[in-house]
Design a protein around this ligand. Structure first.
Ligand code: GLC
Length: 707
């Protein structure tokens, strides 16, 4: 039951006031930039100037002073003095930038994402932000899609753990508390399955596949108490998500019990017309309010046309009141009716933004997010006495943080580092597809170094939203550089800077070591140097598969077996390519360490009515390290086909040299359940393969019967 003051407000508010609360526009519409002539933008939105004092929230305005001033203006002008809610994309950090989510997924440590989100909330709330459009929990399988960087990866179980942790980090136990902000999980649902990896493209995934793979992370966010859900741009079963009643009401609200606010993505209400679903603005307003979309982001169909839909009897006024009640309850849950500025504080900004404690947290997160993919003859770690050659466009380009050059010279004397071919790589969006070819010059300049590091990858501007690519190779001159550096005969360490799995096959044979460094944020170069010189032992494991080539995409570990699996025989009529293996080049869960971990004494046994899978892990090296022991399960036969294996648990063992520890997992029935084709969660007795190992392809396996 809503609080009395909210019920009273609902009674007193005009329809236009209510529709204003259901509308979110960018700050310029609310007078944040007096200099902007709003005539054009208002016309584009078909919005009236007098509505601007009624808008209930804004997006991506930043700064304590600016947002407090906007709040003052709003409270002075709003008929019922309902506070504005300031929302923003605070995704992998605010002023202290953490690794991209795909990288943090590789840490296999939810605490990493929780800490990153907690720091982001502290910093953003000081700047007046009250809610973040994060975490993005879209499961991803296609590296052609630029937004894979925003996701924890390809696995439902790992994603669910990471997303729940992110929600906890942002919201804590009570988002009203100082330094906490509301969290909004996005994009509901299935946005990561865009055909061809082309952003905003058609998604055609059955409910069965949605339930097997795509929905668990959103549900984990809801179960963790996320306060808002954002709709996806795409259709689900041929109905735009923002207008999809079965998705937004039957599943999200009725089945999962979500009681919070649903917001559309940017313009997505209007796009129900473009999709060819809503005939016009009246239909768009009616369809999306009927679906339970409480706030329309960056279009004004609710303000323009909801009244017509009500007058025509196509829309129930009660749904408007329901939506506005949820919005006011969200504002109340953040304490805005008592304190409309929440934590906005200029002093707080000075004290918290990029403070040493936050930067250290970012460096720790970065260290855990990197994945060592190749390390021939223990090329890494490097001795600090070596003369280091450093070449490639990411030598000096810290992608917004400390560069690898600076990270290295923070550890060894600058006169021991020689650089070459350091021109940064521009963005394809600006028509730049390569770096100048200074390969011969670089080879000569670095010829007398003891080891050469190639800092290569893709431009930060070419990942993220609206950044799909058909090629996932690094540019030609970067590949040429690696080949030529290898010809010098020196050990070549390739460090990759990227926001998606890349096609490394063309230069893999030239790598004595290959370190996946992703985009790691503020402390990038320092964290990379920590790993290069062994001050941190790599512990990351891939959260998304690396294909041999883009033609293999999508390739992911938790696939269905098909009726003609490729079991490695010479048979012709099986599911395979003539020119490429089926398996990924580097699979989910894979990653190397400087330590050597041995697995012995694997067993699956029934103990006191419980099924326990266990294995002994020994660090048989001289270097302490972290091993992520992974549990996979396969249901041998079921009423709907099941993946060949599914991650159902993981644990990280911190092992000193020559130490051993037993990793054990209880196999509970909830780990064996699946959704049938009626959306029912079922357990079927029968045979299951239980697998425990160091990656999705390197496991010990035992078959058991569970009844
Ligand atoms: C964008 C994105 C969404 C973001 C929103 C607000 O189009 O799809 O992730 O939160 O608009 O910036």
């Amino acid at each position: 039951m809503p609080k009395k003051f909210i019920q009273d407000l609902i009674q007193d508010m005009s329809l236009e006031e209510k529709l204003g609360q259901m509308t979110q526009l960018s700050p310029m519409f609310l007078g944040a930039e007096e200099s902007v002539n709003l005539t054009g933008p208002l016309n584009d939105l078909h919005a009236r100037a007098q509505w601007m004092t009624l808008v209930g929230s804004t997006l991506n305005g930043f700064g304590a002073e600016k947002l407090m001033a906007m709040q003052d203006k709003n409270l002075a002008e709003h008929p019922h003095k309902i506070p504005l809610l300031f929302m923003a994309d605070v995704v992998c950090g605010y002023k202290t930038v953490f690794p991209i989510a795909l990288a943090m997924g590789c840490s296999f440590d939810p605490k990493v994402y929780e800490t990153a989100s907690s720091v982001a909330a502290l910093e953003a709330s000081a700047s007046g932000i009250m809610l973040t459009f994060s975490p993005m929990s879209d499961l991803v399988r296609d590296p052609r899609w630029g937004r894979v960087m925003e996701s924890p990866g390809e696995d439902p179980f790992l994603n669910a753990q990471m997303i729940a942790a992110a929600v906890r980090g942002f919201q804590g136990d009570d988002a009203r508390a100082t330094g906490k902000i509301a969290s909004c999980v996005k994009h509901f649902a299935g946005y990561g399955a865009a055909e061809g990896g082309r952003d905003y493209n058609t998604v055609d995934v059955s409910m069965g596949m949605l339930r097997d793979f795509y929905l668990s992370a959103y549900k984990a966010a809801v179960d963790a108490g996320v306060m808002m859900v954002m709709t996806a741009f795409n259709t689900v079963e041929r109905i735009p998500a923002s207008a999809n009643i079965s998705l937004m009401r039957s599943l999200l609200r009725d089945e999962w019990g979500f009681k919070g606010v649903v917001i559309s993505d940017f313009g997505a209400v209007d796009e129900t017309i473009t999709h060819g679903y809503s005939a016009d603005g009246v239909e768009a307003a009616k369809n999306c309010i009927n679906a339970g979309v409480d706030i329309e982001m960056m279009s004004a169909h609710y303000l323009n046309f909801a009244k017509t839909a009500i007058d025509d009897g196509r829309l129930d006024m009660g749904l408007i009141d329901e939506a506005v009640t949820r919005i006011l309850e969200l504002k109340d849950a953040l304490g805005l009716f008592e304190n409309p500025y929440k934590d906005a504080s200029v002093a707080g900004e000075k004290e918290l933004h990029r403070c040493p404690r936050h930067l250290e947290a970012a460096r720790a997160a970065a260290r855990k997010s990197m994945v060592l993919l190749e390390n021939k003859n223990s090329t890494l770690p490097l001795k600090k006495s070596l003369k280091i050659g450093l070449a490639g466009p990411f030598t000096m380009d810290g992608t917004g943080g400390v560069s690898i050059y600076d990270g290295i010279v923070n550890k060894i004397p600058a006169n021991m580092v020689v650089t070459a071919m350091t021109d940064p790589l521009g963005s394809m969006q600006d028509g730049i597809f390569d770096v100048p070819d200074c390969v011969e010059e670089a080879a000569k300049k670095l010829a007398d170094c003891d080891v050469i590091i190639a800092a290569v990858g893709e431009c930060l501007g070419d990942v993220g939203e609206a950044a799909s690519k058909t090629s996932i190779r690094i540019s030609q001159n970067q590949e040429k550089l690696i080949h030529r550096l290898k010809e010098t005969g020196k050990p070549v360490v390739v460090v990759l800077f990227n926001g998606r799995p890349l096609e490394v096959t063309p230069f893999l044979q030239d790598c004595d070591a290959l370190l996946e460094a992703w985009f790691l944020g503020s402390e990038s170069g320092n964290a990379i140097a920590d790993l290069l010189f062994g001050d941190y032992n790599p512990s990351g494991r891939l959260s998304m598969s690396f294909p041999h080539n883009v033609g293999q995409v999508p390739v992911y570990y938790n696939c269905y077996n098909t009726g003609r699996p490729n079991t490695g025989t010479s048979e012709r009529y099986i599911s395979r390519y003539l020119d490429c293996p089926n398996e990924a080049l580097f699979p989910f869960g894979y990653g190397l360490s400087y330590s050597k971990f041995d697995y012995t004494d694997f067993r699956v046994e029934k103990l006191e009515g419980k099924i326990i899978a266990s294995v002994t892990v020994t660090n048989s090296s001289e270097i302490a390290g972290i091993e992520t022991v992974q549990l996979y399960i396969s249901d041998v036969a079921a009423k709907v086909v099941r993946p060949v294996k599914e991650l159902k648990g993981f644990t990280q063992l911190h092992l000193p040299p020559h130490a051993s520890e037993i990793a054990s997992f209880e196999i509970t029935k909830d780990l064996l359940e699946f959704y049938d084709n009626h959306g029912k969660l079922v357990f079927e007795e029968g045979e299951f393969d239980i697998m425990v190992g160091r990656s999705s392809v390197d496991v010990n396996k035992a078959r058991i019967n569970v009844s």
